[in-house]
Ligand binder design. Structure first.
Ligand SMILES: [Zn+2]
Length: 820
């Protein structure tokens, strides 16, 4: 699963810069790590009450789910047939999850059987104890109005604009809300889905489609079947009006891309690189795609970025984009992430919640590996930089290891992904790949634990890496290195002494770290010295010697920023300037630029300007623009930035330059037709604020641009409504309603709030949004609703609520607000 990742969006192929130097450096001084003062095994140093495998008495071998839906009532009617074996010598009862389900009939091996319905599910009491080594059949007929797990979108939109869909989200809520079964990943099973629905729609589920039959009553029945076991939470159904585009990977995997027929042109940019991604995963893991085919289906108001259902990924249609919107937001990272899960998560699966990193760290890591193959080294380094920022932002949740049920996405996704990079550096990439291949082959299609992964290194490489797994997976924290350098010349050599101190706080969950780290001294003549040294314990001294007397230009501690860390490294502006201009890794140049943030403009202006002129990476150029945006003496550079080939650089300039000086007006105006919709919106906003007398002219120039999810159109309508003599158009109010996705509704609701639009239609849209199943819509809408209540709109909201039609769940959510 991948949430909406706020940072990474692909902006274009960067040049491949210098290959990482790690391989050229010798590994020295390998000492055994300290045993640590705390004798408690590291895995038990932090309590994890939710950890552990769930008990179950039966092994579900195969499950056949036969369902139909009533979208207007948001209801499912179904029959599930379980083929199962007892897991004890005899069992006299067993339990299935299935909350808020109405159980109509329960038959074991064809006979009605005793059962108790509980809050969470159903307990079956066979007439006679069931012996093991025999397969029993349990058939349950049921109905449900699922609170979670199964969603009906667009059916309440009377305009017909919103796509009418039915779709599921298994991980998190669990399919238990619409089908009774033992819903836990420690019992993988073969699923078969039989779905009856209106024949005008198309239906997708897991595995092979083994049949579609017309029923002669306006409905069809679609039949899908998996051949191999997979986790129950990865079972899916997706229904809507779609067409299907087919392609094949080099190894012959059949790919089916579902697309909206009225936006067929978006399928190309959306699904770009899919086949290649599967090829890369097969090459990297050494294991062929584990399933018979792969499908992808966009849905409206999805709860996450994407979900890796086995053979059939569901993703948010905010990523279903045209060529132009692709620059601002695209499916690439989500696509790669969910494809990687087909191996890590679906083929091998955690049996217990604390092992979720075995899914998410690997999917995040391999998505990054895929993108590196597609877009090059600079792109990869930028992804790593953003992962590092996510990790640093997540540390305030308190000390928790990656392997913990409460570790949080900063650790489980991003820290874990970076830890796998470091593991590759420590053992070598060919070695790492060999271990992963063995680990996959040995445990698929079953369950895995962290120990299985760790053990594979012992087994395949004969290498005990407990020290690595302890410090990075089972304990918490990051090293904080304080680095100081001293240069000396003697008898024809230049020696650079580097002293590294570990200054982070240590405790039961964070020790001093032990890592091999590369240090480079770069000299003014362009040559360099390099050493790879174990940095271990409180203080390590490292010497780099040149064979002749040289002037040190700059020193890189950990070039390429391979080790996840904080660092305090006092360097003067000249050294940072040299690193910014000359370092071969984009990330080292970016780090040098960032380190200059607090330096005065007069000191850094010249070197930033020089670096900007030759810098190949848009992200480094953007960082330079960020620092010079307020500098009135850098107008030439800012003008160049506004014309930059990268929309990222143009975007930073458009948003950061505080006042639009005369020489820059033309460039801002040109941005009204920028290739990036985001930049058009920014330019329109900035220009109309800075030059209000020309507002109508700017509106005329952008009147025909909708943008992505109407971002430009919304800005345009809000600006026009703000002109004194213009009424708020119905169109703006409509964008806040159920015809549109949260990406449009949230900014529309905010614009209406800002314009003080408080009529009944706006109130109805606001109540609907505040009661929506999508948290991305409900959260911001709830905040606006609270402010309406505080600002005296209670009477309007209450009368709108009373006159509207609401489901019981919507009513409960709205009443909670109104009772505040
Ligand atoms: Zn994921």
């Amino acid at each position: 699963m991948l949430s909406r990742f706020p940072l990474i969006s692909f902006r274009g192929r960067g040049p491949l810069l210098g290959l990482y130097l790690l391989l050229t450096c010798a590994l020295l001084g390998c000492a055994q790590p300290d045993s640590g003062k705390d004798d408690t095994p590291v895995e038990r140093r932090v309590a994890d009450p939710r950890a552990g495998a769930r008990n179950h008495k039966i092994d579900q071998v195969r499950m056949v789910v036969d369902v139909g839906f009533n979208p207007d009532q948001q209801r499912v009617r179904g029959t599930v047939t379980h083929y199962f074996r007892p897991l004890r010598s005899t069992i006299d009862s067993f339990y299935l999850d299935g909350p808020e389900i109405t159980y109509k009939e329960v038959r074991l091996n064809g006979n009605l059987t005793n059962h108790d319905v509980t809050d969470g599910g159903i307990r079956i009491h066979p007439d006679a104890p069931r012996p093991w080594k025999q397969t029993d059949t349990l058939r349950i007929r049921y109905e449900a109005t699922p609170r979670h797990g199964l969603y009906f979108t667009g059916w309440d939109d009377s305009t017909g604009h919103a796509p009418r869909q039915v779709w599921t989200q298994g991980q998190g809520p669990g399919p238990r809300h619409w089908v009774p079964f033992y819903d836990s990943p420690n019992d993988k099973l073969i699923t078969e889905t039989i779905i009856t629905f209106d024949e005008e729609y198309r239906v997708l589920s897991n595995g092979e489609r083994v049949g579609v039959e017309a029923n002669g009553d306006g409905t069809k029945t679609w039949h899908y079947r998996m051949s191999n076991p997979h986790p129950g939470y990865a079972m899916m159904i997706g229904i809507g009006r779609y067409q299907v585009q087919r392609e094949t990977s080099n190894s012959g995997v059949e790919i089916q891309n579902y697309y909206y027929p009225d936006q067929a042109g978006r399928a190309g940019p959306t699904y770009r690189h899919t086949a290649e991604m599967i090829d890369v995963m097969e090459q990297e893991t050494g294991v062929a795609y584990p399933w018979s085919r792969y499908s992808q289906i966009p849905v409206h108001n999805f709860l996450h970025g994407g979900m890796e259902n086995t053979t059939a990924t569901v993703f948010s249609d905010e990523y279903y984009v045209d060529e132009r919107a692709y620059r601002d937001r695209n499916y690439v990272t989500v696509n790669a992430h969910e494809i990687a899960h087909q191996w890590f998560g679906n083929f091998i699966t955690m049996g217990r919640l604390e092992e979720i990193w075995l899914h998410e760290s690997f999917a995040t890591h391999y998505a990054k590996v895929i993108e590196r193959k597609l877009f090059g080294e600079d792109h990869y380094q930028w992804n790593r930089k953003q992962e590092r920022d996510q990790v640093l932002a997540s540390l305030d949740r308190g000390p928790l290891p990656i392997r913990h049920t409460r570790a949080g996405s900063g650790r489980v996704y991003y820290k874990g992904s970076l830890v796998l990079d470091m593991l590759k550096d420590v053992v070598g990439k060919p070695e790492f790949d060999r271990v992963v291949e063995r680990y996959l082959r040995e445990h698929a299609p079953g369950n895995v634990t962290s120990r299985d992964f760790f053990h594979a290194f012992d087994e395949v490489l004969g290498q005990n890496l407990d020290w690595f797994f302890d410090q990075w997976i089972l304990q918490d924290g990051l090293p904080h290195y304080d680095i100081s350098t001293r240069m000396s010349d003697s008898s024809g050599t230049t020696v650079t002494e580097v002293t590294v101190r570990q200054i982070h706080e240590t405790g039961p969950l964070t020790q001093d770290f032990r890592m091999p780290i590369v240090i480079e001294a770069h000299y003014e003549d362009g040559s360099s010295s390099c050493v790879r040294e174990w940095i271990d314990g409180k203080k390590t001294a490292v010497r780099l010697a040149a064979r002749e007397e040289k002037q040190v230009d700059y020193v890189l501690f950990d070039p390429g920023n391979r080790v996840l860390k904080r660092q305090t490294f006092q360097r003067d502006v000249q050294e940072l300037g040299a690193q910014l201009q000359k370092a071969s890794n984009m990330i080292d140049r970016h780090d040098a630029a960032e380190a200059l943030r607090e330096t005065s403009l007069s000191t850094k202006r010249g070197l930033l300007t020089n670096a900007f002129a030759t810098e190949p990476s848009p992200h480094v150029r953007a960082e330079i623009v960020r620092q010079l945006a307020e500098d009135t003496r850098s107008t030439d550079l800012l003008e160049t930035a506004l014309q930059d080939s990268s929309s990222v650089v143009r975007g930073i300039a458009l948003s950061r330059i505080p006042t639009i000086a005369d020489p820059l007006v033309d460039d801002f105006e040109r941005a009204l037709s920028d290739s990036s919709y985001q930049n058009v919106e920014t330019a329109l906003d900035r220009l109309t604020t800075a030059r209000p007398s020309r507002t109508r002219e700017y509106l005329d120039r952008t009147a025909s641009i909708d943008g992505q999810d109407y971002n430009v159109r919304l800005k345009w309508l809000a600006i026009r409504a703000d002109l004194e003599d213009e009424p708020v158009p119905d169109e703006l109010i409509d964008y806040a309603g159920p015809s549109y996705s949260f990406r449009t509704r949230v900014p529309a609701l905010r614009a209406l709030d800002k314009l003080d639009v408080t009529n009944e239609t706006a109130a109805a849209h606001l109540l609907d949004a505040a009661a929506h199943f999508s948290r991305d819509l409900r959260g911001p809408a709830s905040t606006i609703l609270t402010s309406w209540l505080e600002e005296g709109e209670r009477t309007l909201l209450e009368s709108t609520y009373r006159s509207g039609e609401w489901t019981s769940r919507q009513a409960a959510r709205i009443e909670r607000h109104l009772e505040q």
